[in-house]
Design a protein around this ligand. Structure first.
Ligand code: MTE
Ligand code: HPA
Ligand code: MOS
Length: 753
């Protein structure tokens, strides 16, 4: 089955927020934002904006009827800045006009007098000044402090990872229509319709039932619309309710890049202790997260860093501490992997450093310490259905590491100025929202009298194919043609109180709810048929390929006939079903529990070629064995792995977010922010799925796939590092990602301090 969305995308038929035909009277909104990263607002002058042609209104904090607050985890972020600004790009006014251009000119005409205050962009400086978003978090297993004495070597180091721009193709935007009774209907490009509904209701001081949020699809989210799509929707809703007219806002790419948060940069200090044979005994790590100016999702991201601080390895003694540090950057937010990649990068850096000290290859240490069934994670959960070794071994078979070693060493012996490098990157990623209460979903399934089916869930389609996966589930349960099933938009009136589509759980949670709802409907129909055909055993009624069977005999009834007859007999053809992941729990005080339904495993081998004169490089090959369980849709899962690998490599190599010391984003356009393109893609990107991986907690033994493969990209960093070391054996280079060509040159030619 092809993904039904693909054809519409290619034909340009898919509708995104900016494609909606707007009704007569629609107004456009544009945001005026701070050009200073930190300061007191003395005054805001809107007089010239208000008098400009086409401008209908300028809205400030004082115009908000409810709470001027959008913070989800911590109430520390106003919708519109009122007394002070905390980052460059912070919105303080909304201009509403009768055209997009008039709104934009209006916003540019607003001036704010802001008394500057000291700006902090550096995470260590923020930590030194005790600028913490939340109290420190700590995970502990065993007793690292007393284990160092038993180690043959103990190494200390620092590793840094940079930010990352989400660069969803569809920029942030929303469209709000006032409805009778003081309410509003919003079409939003959000991963979390319920968050938009909740925050808008709070901002407008109205009940949630007066706010309907509809999400047809997203042109990408990648975490950037889990929390940060909300404000634009709330602004449109504010304008719509104030002016009694529909209001639309679509951010320009540059404004989007300047105003929204990105992946959290981290600086981390580690100590690792090993035996001479490569066994890791103890690991101590301190993470400093650059949260930006407000909490946003940072505490949850920080916690996931701790969950994944040992990646795919068993380490008996671990102490991991994490600080979320407040700086004057836009609030950083969810991004594919949600803090996991930042945690994994550090343990990989520590292993590479240890390997150098022990004069062995990193992969020997990696393989020796790979998780096994029953191993305990620092958070108390025990490894079940562990596929770490199975993936590694399947990769060895698919793409022997020995051959990569030989390719590199033969090439490097012959080439003075060009070096090859390689690295293995195993992953282990926990699936479930780490906040247990969020692991719930619902589905609403209608069968219409002609036999066609409409499915609504809380899942948001953002290109990851969740709609197609849920369609496959419904189709499998009913045994009808895929064309008979339609996935409806995600709407808060049909799927209430939905968790965001995030944490890779979209298909797991909503798919389960849909499977249960379809199952109830099918059961109802079968019971009805059993009665009609005087069959005492319901189980002997079967629907296969739209034909109804009684004891394996064709009854002459089609699916359509069955549905129509059931409707005539006044049997409900609608079912709503709820699903909550069973058995997961986590104690936040002790940081112990069983937070994840299961783990996703995989291994990648990354090979690169480095031009040691220019610092530029090519990714030669990425070979992956990935554990997708029994894939719900192999073509979609393949594309998820490919896309995630590219995004991960981009984060590790050429994507560099740069702010100057005044908090100004220097990389605010695609001319200065480089993302991987077709030419940068690996010459070989080959993905195999692990065979025979069972996973009873999901629809048809599938596994979540959205985020885990992102972390294969970390292999690109260490493959490049090994090429650097082939040119400069033994040279100590700072472990700072992304490893841009510029940084490669510094690593190759700068003297160590
Ligand atoms: N794939 C596409 N094409 N576009 C996206 O925005 N987001 C990723 C991943 N894959 C994303 C994507 C992220 S961050 C997550 S959490 C998951 O998809 C969310 O969808 P799922 O839970 O249905 O996997
Ligand atoms: N992952 C992704 N998004 C989230 C999570 C998580 O664990 N918790 C809250 N939002
Ligand atoms: Mo994904 S970062 O959980 O939206």
């Amino acid at each position: 089955m092809k993904n039904f969305d693909a054809v519409k995308h290619v034909r340009g038929e898919s509708k995104f927020v900016d494609d909606i035909l707007v009704p007569e009277g629609t107004l456009w909104a544009h945001v005026a934002y701070s050009r200073i990263a930190h300061g007191h607002i003395k005054s805001i002058d809107c007089s010239s904006a208000r008098s400009m042609a086409g401008v209908k209104a300028v809205l400030l904090a004082a115009d908000i009827p409810g709470e001027n607050q959008i913070g989800g985890i911590v109430a520390d972020e106003p919708l519109l800045a009122e007394h002070s600004v905390h980052y460059r790009g912070q919105p303080f006014a909304i201009v509403i006009a009768d055209s997009a251009l008039a709104a934009r000119y209006g916003a540019e005409a607003i001036t704010a007098e802001i008394t500057p205050l000291p700006v902090i962009t550096d995470v260590r400086e923020a930590f030194a000044k005790n600028e913490l978003i939340i109290p420190p978090m700590q995970f502990e297993l065993g007793d690292a402090a007393s284990e160092w004495a038993h180690c043959d070597i103990v190494l200390k180091g620092t590793a840094e990872t940079g930010g990352q721009e989400h660069l969803y193709l569809e920029t942030q935007g929303a469209f709000a229509i006032p409805v009778e009774g003081g309410g509003v209907k919003i079409v939003s490009s959000t991963q979390s319709p319920t968050a938009v509904q909740r925050v808008t209701a709070k901002v407008l001081n109205i009940a949630m039932h007066l706010v309907e949020v509809d999400v047809p699809r997203l042109g990408g989210g990648f975490g950037g619309k889990e929390d940060q799509a909300t404000q634009w929707a709330a602004m449109c809703a504010l304008g719509a309710v104030k002016l009694g007219r529909p209001v639309k806002m679509i951010l320009h790419r540059q404004d989007d890049m300047r105003m929204t948060g990105k992946r959290h940069p981290y600086v981390s200090d580690y100590t690792i202790g090993l035996k001479n044979d490569g066994t890791i005994l103890a690991y101590d790590v301190v993470f400093y997260q650059n949260a930006g100016a407000a909490a946003d999702l940072s505490p949850a991201v920080l916690q996931r860093t701790l969950f994944h601080c040992t990646n795919s390895y068993y380490i008996p003694h671990v102490k991991a501490v994490a600080y979320s540090c407040r700086t004057n950057l836009p609030p950083n937010t969810a991004f594919r992997g949600f803090g996991g990649p930042q945690g994994k990068f550090v343990i990989e850096a520590a292993i590479v450093a240890a390997a150098e000290a022990l004069h062995v290859e990193p992969l020997l240490i990696q393989k020796k310490n790979l998780l096994k069934e029953g191993d305990e994670f620092p958070y108390g959960q025990v490894t079940e259905r562990c596929q770490a070794h199975a993936c590694w071994e399947a990769l060895e078979e698919k793409s022997p590491i020995e051959a990569a070693r030989k390719r590199a060493s033969e090439f490097n012996a012959l080439n003075e100025w060009t070096k090859k490098g390689y690295a293995v990157m195993p992953i282990c990623f926990g699936i479930s929202f780490t906040n247990t209460m969020m692991n719930q979903a619902s589905a609403l399934v209608h069968i219409y009298t002609d036999g066609s089916v409409g499915v609504s869930t809380g899942a948001v389609e953002m290109g990851q194919g969740v709609n197609m996966k849920i369609l496959s589930i419904a189709r499998t349960v009913f045994s009808i043609r895929p064309e008979s099933i339609k996935l409806e938009t995600t709407n808060t009136t049909r799927a209430a109180n939905a968790s965001p589509t995030a944490a890779s759980t979209g298909a797991d949670l909503n798919g389960m709810a849909a499977q249960l709802a379809c199952g109830v409907l099918l059961d109802r129909l079968k019971r009805f048929a059993a009665e009609r055909f005087d069959q005492p055993y319901v189980d002997l009624i079967d629907v296969r390929d739209e034909v109804v069977y009684n004891e394996e005999h064709d009854t002459g009834w089609t699916w359509q006939r069955l549905v129509a007859e059931a409707n005539s007999a006044r049997i409900s053809l609608t079912c709503q079903h709820f699903y909550a992941t069973p058995e997961i729990h986590f104690n936040r005080d002790t940081s112990k529990g069983h937070p994840f339904a299961y783990h996703v495993f995989g291994t990648a081998l990354v090979e690169v070629t480095l031009d040691c004169l220019r610092g530029i490089y090519e990714i030669d090959a990425v070979n992956v064995v990935h554990d997708a369980g029994h894939s719900l849709h192999p073509a979609i899962d393949l594309s998820q792995v490919e896309g995630a690998v590219m995004q991960g490599i981009g984060w590790m190599t050429i994507e560099e977010v740069v702010y100057d010391k005044d908090g100004r984003l220097l990389t605010d356009a695609l001319s200065t922010y480089k993302v991987p393109d077709m030419h940068f893609a690996p010459n070989v990107l080959s993905v195999d799925f692990l065979q025979h991986s069972e996973n009873p907690l999901t629809p048809f033994n599938s596994k979540a796939i959205g985020e885990p493969p992102f972390m294969y990209g970390i292999g690109a960093y260490f493959a490049l590092l090994s090429a650097v070391k082939a040119f400069r054996p033994g040279k100590q280079v700072p472990i700072v990602a992304p490893l841009t060509p510029e940084r490669v040159l510094q690593a190759l030619y700068e003297k160590c301090s």
